[in-house]
Write a protein that binds this ligand. Structure first.
Ligand SMILES: [Zn+2]
Length: 192
């Protein structure tokens, strides 16, 4: 028997067995965090050196993952630009819908802008881009076209690590948090 015959012979007859093989592969991949970008999540800005530590909301482990984001910049009250960037600045909670981002990492990225970006004075990471949500027949169109809107999954809230700490203290005292953080949502960029 030649190689091809042996190979064909070794293939399982039952389609179920093939599916089993696939499941095995998926199990192996589960050890890495599979980020469901379509899930709306809270974004927390936190400055850290190497590792952001545990999740600020639930205390579980955070894992770094490269994902596409929509970043908007502004100068004064004017949005200067918005752009999609794939980056690994996000650390995703393995338990709850939270992503921790070091604003210094975003700032660093904006120090080396692609040509044509207007990086403005301040930035905000608006949300994640769910590339899987783009219909197959629209995938050849430029993202952001009238016919092909950006599948943005906006963050449900954006806050600083210190605010999250204060909020959870307020919760402990039985008061609900309000949207008072809204005015402070955008992070002022450091001038260099
Ligand atoms: Zn969490």
């Amino acid at each position: 028997m030649g190689f091809l015959d042996r190979w064909l012979d070794s293939l399982p007859d039952e389609p179920e067995e093939i599916e089993d093989d696939w499941e095995l592969d998926e199990d192996e991949e589960l050890e890495q965090l599979a980020v469901d970008v379509s899930e709306p999540r809270e974004c927390i800005y936190k400055s850290f050196a190497d590792d952001p530590g545990p999740c600020l909301r639930c205390g579980e482990r955070l894992e770094q993952s490269a994902q596409p984001y929509l970043v908007a910049t502004r100068r004064g009250k004017r949005i200067t630009d918005s752009f999609i960037t794939g980056s690994d600045f996000g650390w995703f909670c393995t338990n709850c819908p939270t992503v921790v981002i070091d604003p210094d990492d975003v700032d660093e990225m904006l120090q080396h802008p692609m040509s044509g970006w207007d990086v403005g004075e301040e930035f905000t990471v608006v949300g994640l881009i769910d590339l899987d949500a783009i219909p197959e027949d629209k995938q050849h169109l430029p993202l952001g076209d009238d016919d092909n809107p950006i599948p943005l999954v906006e963050f449900t809230s954006i806050s600083d690590a210190e605010e999250v700490g204060r909020r959870s203290q307020r919760r402990k005292r039985g008061k609900t948090s309000s949207d008072s953080e809204k005015g402070k949502r955008r992070r002022r960029r450091r001038r260099r």
